[in-house]
Design a protein around this ligand. Sequence first.
Ligand code: ZN
Ligand code: ZN
Length: 132
Amino acid sequence: MFTADHIDALLRERGLVLTQQRRRIVGHLSGNMGHPTAAQIHSSVAPGVTLSTVYNTLALLKDLGVLTELPQPGGESRYDPNTAPHHHLLCSACGTLHDVAAEDVQVTLLSDAQVEQVQVSFLGRCPEGCPA
Ligand SMILES: [Zn+2]
Ligand SMILES: [Zn+2]
């Protein structure tokens, strides 16, 4: 669960604290379905939080297993606080990254690799038209 309380507890186990700056970043990401980039997160929590603090905090949250980094070919990584298994559809027109339910996608691997995680990226258009 991506909540300040849960993350606070995870940090404490490691002898770390949820500082005021980290708390602002966590607060911005909690329940955020927009898959923001680090720069977008930074502009939402600035002033008072530097871009390097944003990057450090994102790395820490990834390390804690509560945040997924979604590398974008030819672009900045986007970040997803929803770590439940799901896939993504990137709109090639407006850049919106949509969640696609895991049950809506059937993935079959024709080899005997030991798969631990599946992430499928679709490139297409917003299902209901791009937001204005
Ligand atoms: Zn997502
Ligand atoms: Zn779109």
